[in-house]
Ligand binder design. Structure first.
Ligand SMILES: Cc1cc2nc3c(=O)[nH]c(=O)nc-3n(C[C@H](O)[C@H](O)[C@H](O)COP(=O)(O)OP(=O)(O)OC[C@H]3O[C@@H](n4cnc5c(N)ncnc54)[C@H](O)[C@@H]3O)c2cc1C
Length: 302
């Protein structure tokens, strides 16, 4: 029996595991993307103490830190969680089961989709949601990116290192949600063409992506396309208890990172905490508070 089972191998989950292990709590972490979203940004410049770090390295270091303190790490997705008499049973996609006294939900957010024709058909055949993973496939090609936030900015800057031409399409008239340093780099780069006030209406091609049609009537011939239009909350596994969320679906937590269900805590992008400021620093902060609260819960309930 584990003291804490953590769903999510991102900054929130790894931080919680580090604090839990240092309280001598037996911890296990589940996650299919080791390091979480952090791994998608090769140039993180706002994590204190590290002026510039590749997110993949930061994710690996967080994992190694938690592992070094004795946390068990499983690269598996959780498909269900059952609570019976204050014990949580987690079942993975491969049907292995573990039991824990407390549960931490730190599974992050789900990538948004455009919902236009061809998007699903050409997924993995030119259309992608992860520039870090796939940009290198488009060396000397023409590539599009859609979105106006940090994810889109980072994606365009990664893609332009490989592509001969990068289109950055955004439905609004200015980048108000993107960090100013990204905006400056993008606008100062001749290989990136920014297309404001436009949107993708269709992806087309034969066996692989050949182009996109835009709302403005333009037709862009290109080889690759990255959808970076943000994220939304979901609980991507079955639970046999109720968790209070806000109207959008973010998990409601109090100042202890406790949810509406006893023994269940939540941390990181998926919660209503930190003023919805989705950053590594806030995820790390919430993860540490959650582990501390889970520790206190065990002391007072055992
Ligand atoms: C392109 C990009 C650039 C960014 N740049 C920065 C930056 O420069 N600075 C900054 O501070 N922040 C940045 N962020 C934001 C930052 O990455 C997130 O705020 C942070 O990673 C959130 O951490 P988290 O632990 O809540 O969730 P995540 O990092 O999203 O981790 C979620 C974890 O949950 C796992 N998971 C999901 N579902 C399941 C399941 N069913 N079973 C088991 N595990 C599951 C995932 O595999 C993953 O391991 C960036 C984000 C993106 C997308």
């Amino acid at each position: 029996m584990y003291d804490i089972a953590i769903i999510g191998a991102g900054p929130a989950g790894f931080t919680a595991a580090i604090y839990a292990q240092r309280y001598n709590m037996k911890s296990i972490i589940f996650g299919d993307k080791m390091g979480g979203l952090v791994t998608e940004n090769p140039f993180i410049e706002n994590y204190p103490g590290l002026k510039l770090i590749d997110g993949a390295k930061l994710g690996e270091d967080m994992k190694a830190h938690a592992e070094g303190l004795g946390a068990e790490i499983k690269m598996e997705k959780i498909k269900s969680v059952e609570k019976k008499k204050n014990v949580f049973t987690l079942t993975t996609e491969w049907d292995s089961r573990v039991e824990a006294k407390t549960l931490l939900l730190a599974h992050g957010l789900k990538r948004r989709e455009l919902g236009v024709p061809g998007e699903k058909e050409f997924a993995g055949k030119g259309v992608s949601g992860c520039a870090t993973c796939d940009a290198a496939f488009f060396k000397d090609k023409i590539v599009g990116v859609i979105g106006g936030g940090d994810s889109a900015g980072v994606a365009a800057l990664i893609v332009k290192e490989f592509a001969t031409k990068t289109y950055l399409i955004y439905r609004k008239g200015e980048f108000t949600k993107m960090q100013p340093p990204y905006v400056k780099k993008i606008k100062g780069d001749k290989s990136i063409e920014v297309m404001f006030l436009d949107d993708v209406t269709e992806f087309y091609g034969k066996d692989k992506l050949e182009g996109v049609k835009l709302k403005s009537g333009k037709d862009l011939k290109l080889d690759g396309f990255f959808i970076e239009i943000g994220f939304e909350p979901e609980i991507p596994f079955e639970i046999n208890f109720k968790i209070k969320t806000d109207k959008v679906g973010f998990i409601e937590v109090n100042k202890n990172q406790a949810t509406s269900e006893a023994g269940v805590f939540a941390a990181g992008d998926i919660t209503t905490a930190s003023n919805f400021f989705h950053q590594i620093a806030t995820a790390v902060g919430e993860g540490s508070v959650a582990a501390d609260s889970a520790h206190l819960y065990l002391i007072t309930n055992e």
